[in-house]
Ligand binder design. Structure first.
Ligand code: GCU
Length: 618
């Protein structure tokens, strides 16, 4: 407990007050894979205060000391019961007009009851996303702090939770040059606990994470890695069993010091956009199993685990098996060459902001398929975890990205640690998703030595965590030499290129020259191109902001792509118009209008049909 300051005012002027909250980081090292586990939602109405001066953390509201040491009542500046209520999850900006541009500290609080069901049970508190720095308090104690606006985080609260509990959360939504993204982005900075928050009960020894996929080198072999943990944080030993009934698999995996792995022969139907086959996969773990049948691995008929009298943890997921590789200028899905017919999307909804739901995700995929596409670039940050799950079911391929966007603080160690943590949290969250084929480590960063060091480390980190997928980034064009040229390319499997010829650079003829001049040596994805058009604005095809101009740019771009042998896919910028506080003119009015569909997510612009015809022509 922090020493009380000599006198009351000393506490007010303690400007390094935040250090106390940064001692425990809720980061990737403690992230638990919660797939297939029962969850108990904490969504709903929470007490809320727009805490402009971060008073909650300065004064320690979470300690709730209503009485002083002599039992005298204190005049507290907050009262959870009288604060307004806000819906969790939600982007606070759209909950009431006064909060539309609010980018400060928001303080949430609610109570919940808990009773353990199993002796030795652990209780995990899980956030799927809160923007940006989230400090969590429970029953007057500091749980820890998470950085990052789009990746999950959790905390084991077993030793602090009681029968009646109060959770308090301070969310700092400010933009900063040291954060990722830094303070200048081309999208709206929504704040708050905007994704699900829930509790998960875990046994005393449990499966912390697991990764199951087809071997990148042999499509007849499934690789399984299991990571387990004991309640005291030590790594457990025992037996794990992976079951894929439809493939007749029940394989024992020896777990030593918290890790186990297996190579399993299998003849799986390969997942692909036309046949997105998913298998039910179950994983159980017996901590140092010693029962009569346990460990025999023989699951024929009997439940080979029920004999053991030790803790059993069971998790399950629906997993698709496929391979994704590059060779020369081409990308191969299950050893068949594929052209990635896609488009970019932001997590931005005119009513919900960055908060989403299953209906919105499924409608996005329907719009993509109407365009004859089956690939999405989820820009510029990890989207809701449901997106990759639904993409698995719908046979949509995904590029997922961390927000190392434009000129980040590449020389700042803390910024690199933040980037690596967000990348790791994303990969641990989604690496069992067949739909995800590309991890992108950034977008349109200036080519400096500091950026090169920062991004090449990130590319190698992505490969180290998951060697089964491709690593990419939106790279740079050398506009003087008219050449695709970026030092980062040698660390990438696929080169992403953003180019706006015909729009930001009116001289469209540069694009074919660049494509002719360049010898990339690996596949190139045109991961952004396009033009703004206000819905319904008509004119000549040379008039800016008109649907006619946008349509012409799309016709010129797609005609040019057809002549370039090393373009392996395209994702025009962007499917829907989206909020953007940098866009002020009378056509934009606070929106980026490059969408092929208006922000209403219904009305298509003519360029939408140019893409539909292009993707439908091969
Ligand atoms: C950039 C950037 C996008 C931005 C787009 C635009 O390439 O990656 O985030 O919205 O161009 O200018 O519309």
């Amino acid at each position: 407990m922090k020493e009380k300051p000599e006198n009351f005012t000393a506490g007010i002027h303690n400007d390094d007050y935040e250090n106390e909250y940064l001692q425990t980081r809720l980061d990737a090292s403690i992230l638990v894979n919660t797939a297939g586990r029962k969850t108990e939602s904490l969504n709903g109405k929470w007490s809320f205060a727009a805490d402009l001066y971060d008073t909650c953390r300065r004064q320690g509201w979470f300690r709730q000391e209503r009485l002083n040491a002599e039992g005298r009542e204190l005049p507290l500046d907050f009262d959870w019961e009288s604060h307004e209520r806000i819906t969790v999850p939600s982007s606070w900006n759209l909950q009431k007009p006064e909060l539309y541009y609010f980018e400060g500290f928001g303080v949430y609080s609610r109570t919940f009851r808990y009773a353990p069901r199993v002796k030795g049970e652990r209780l995990l508190l899980r956030f799927e996303g809160a923007a940006y720095r989230t400090t969590v308090f429970l029953n007057g104690k500091i749980i820890g702090t998470h950085d990052g606006a789009s990746t999950p985080f959790n905390a084991d609260i077993t030793d602090i939770v009681k029968e009646d509990n109060r959770i308090t959360v301070s969310v700092d939504a400010r933009r900063s040059p040291l954060r990722l993204p830094m303070e200048n982005t081309d999208w709206f900075n929504y704040g708050g606990i905007y994704r699900d928050i829930y509790l998960v009960r875990l046994p005393s020894a449990y499966i912390k994470d697991w990764f199951v996929r087809l071997s990148p080198d042999d499509a007849s072999v499934i690789l399984a890695d299991v990571y387990t943990l004991n309640s005291d944080g030590s790594s457990s030993n025992g037996k794990a069993f992976i079951e894929i009934p439809e493939l007749g698999i029940c394989q024992e995996i020896d777990v030593k010091n918290g890790k186990g792995d297996a190579r399993i022969s299998a003849n799986a139907q390969l997942w692909n956009p036309k046949n997105p086959k998913l298998y039910d996969v179950k994983l159980t773990f017996n901590c140092d199993a010693s029962g009569s049948n346990a460990g025999s691995g023989d699951c024929s008929g009997s439940d080979c685990r029920s004999e053991s009298n030790h803790y059993v943890d069971t998790v399950s997921d629906r997993i698709g098996f496929r391979t994704i590789k590059v060779k020369g200028h081409e990308i191969f899905l299950n050893d068949k060459k594929i052209f990635l017919k896609g488009i970019c999307v932001h997590e931005d909804h005119f009513k919900l902001g960055k908060t989403t739901n299953e209906e919105i995700i499924r409608r996005t995929i329907r719009d993509l398929k109407e365009m004859n596409g089956y690939y999405l670039r989820l820009a510029h940050y990890p989207h809701d975890p449901r997106f990759a799950r639904i993409a698995d079911e719908e046979g949509v391929l995904l590029w997922e990205e961390i927000p190392v966007y434009w000129a980040a603080a590449f020389s700042n160690d803390g910024t690199y640690a933040d980037a690596e943590n967000q990348l790791t949290e994303l990969i641990l969250r989604d690496r069992n998703r067949a739909s995800v084929i590309i991890w992108s480590i950034g977008n349109e960063n200036p080519d400096t030595d500091a950026r090169f060091s920062f991004m090449s480390r990130l590319a190698q980190k992505a490969k180290a965590i998951d060697s089964s997928r491709l690593v990419s980034a939106a790279c740079l064009i050398n506009h003087h030499k008219l050449l695709i040229e970026d030092r980062l390319e040698k660390f990438l499997d696929v080169i992403g290129i953003n180019e706006y010829f015909g729009w930001y650079d009116p001289d469209f003829e540069k694009l074919p020259k660049i494509l002719e001049n360049s010898k990339p040596g690996k596949p190139v994805l045109i991961c952004e191109f396009g033009a703004d058009a206000r819905l319904g604005q008509r004119g000549t095809e040379d008039e800016l902001w008109t649907e006619d101009k946008q349509k012409k740019v799309y016709e010129q771009q797609t005609e040019t792509f057809k002549k370039c042998p090393y373009i392996a896919g395209t994702t025009p910028w962007i499917l829907y118009d989206f909020r953007c506080p940098r866009r002020f003119n009378s056509y934009q009015e606070g929106f980026n209008r490059k969408g092929l569909i208006d922000a209403d997510r219904v009305t298509r612009k003519p360029a939408f049909f140019v893409m539909r015809e292009y993707y439908g022509s091969f």
